[in-house]
Write a protein of this length. Structure first.
Length: 321
């Protein structure tokens, strides 16, 4: 019929591995259920898919069906991953445990062979992300030419990192509607990992950077759903209607760090470390810092605490040899 709309193309379903398909419809159902219904975070989903596919590729030349996988085989497989770090092997085991648990509940296998497999012993008391010092953060902000629109945007993003401790991905997801005011102060509504929403008041020092950018970019009356931080149109100095991604923010911060002569190992995450350490130094309760950083477990928040590192440095600097 003339003028009729073309039929939408059917979505291409991800291929199910042969080892899974050979174990029957219940195994195929468990594959879809675990990876596309139960694991909702896209980064976790991608990591778990890689891990389970890697294990199935290890099984395939050995002609081992899922029903014959034993705890010893899983242990042998993990031992073969000597090139991976201990944290990466823990992800591999977590992915296998979760998936085999679904296979057990769907009666594909009689028991979960990963249950008795011990993972790598990994004890971390401090994270590896370097902290950006307050003086370095101020140097970075002061180095940006804020007479340009892109400079206004970049300064506002870096101030957002410094005064909210938000992840780069959460900042990239901000819309004009995320910036709210009750008539006395402004708040930003962030969508964090695992679909958690958090409202964070706009620090008075941060407010000027943010509102100057909003006015300069003409976003004061922009639709609520439009992106707050937008990509630049080449080198024209203009902004597009497209949002910056988390990776874009990371690359921008790296460029600005290099231009300011600051260490190359710093990153957007360094601001989260700095904020956590600074607040804990001021005796802010751990659970309050945990909420600000959006952590589900206080042990994760403790990894951001660099106070002990500073004590160690102070001690060694007093050695009088």
């Amino acid at each position: 019929m003339t003028g009729s709309l073309p039929a939408p193309a059917a979505a291409k379903a991800p291929a199910i591995p042969e080892v899974v398909a050979a174990s029957g419809a219940a195994a195929s159902y468990a594959w879809d259920e675990f990876f596309f219904a139960m694991v909702r975070n896209r980064h976790t989903k991608a990591a778990y898919l890689r891990a389970v596919r890697r294990f199935l590729n290890w099984l395939e030349p050995r002609s081992i069906p899922l029903q014959r996988v034993t705890a010893g085989m899983v242990g042998e497989y993990l031992d073969s991953l000597s090139s991976l770090s201990a944290p990466s092997r823990k992800v591999e085991l977590a992915a296998l445990r979760g998936w085999f648990d679904v296979l057990t509940r769907r009666h594909v296998v009689a028991f979960n062979p990963t249950t008795s497999v011990k993972g790598d012993r990994l004890q971390t008391t401090e994270g590896s992300t370097p902290e950006i010092a307050p003086a370095q953060a101020r140097t970075l902000l002061n180095s940006i030419d804020r007479t340009t629109l892109v400079g206004q945007r970049d300064a506002a993003i870096i101030a957002c990192l410094a005064y909210t401790a938000a992840r780069a991905g959460a900042i990239a997801g901000l819309t004009r509607g995320s910036l709210q005011s009750d008539g006395t102060h402004f708040r930003l509504r962030f969508l964090e990992k695992n679909a958690k929403r958090r409202d964070i008041p706009v620090n008075s020092s941060f407010e000027k950077y943010l509102l100057d950018y909003v006015r300069a970019a003409g976003l004061a009356d922009a639709p609520a759903g439009s992106p707050l931080f937008r990509s630049a149109d080449g080198k024209s100095g203009r902004l597009t209607s497209r949002p910056l991604g988390g990776g874009d923010i990371g690359r921008m911060v790296k460029r600005r760090l290099a231009a300011a002569g600051l260490p190359a190992n710093l990153s957007p995450h360094s601001f989260r470390v700095a904020v956590a350490t600074d607040l804990l130094k001021q005796s802010v309760l751990l659970e309050d810092v945990q909420y600000l950083l959006g952590h589900s477990d206080p042990r994760t928040t403790r990894l951001y605490d660099r106070r002990q590192l500073e004590v160690t440095r102070n001690i060694v600097e007093r050695i009088g040899i």
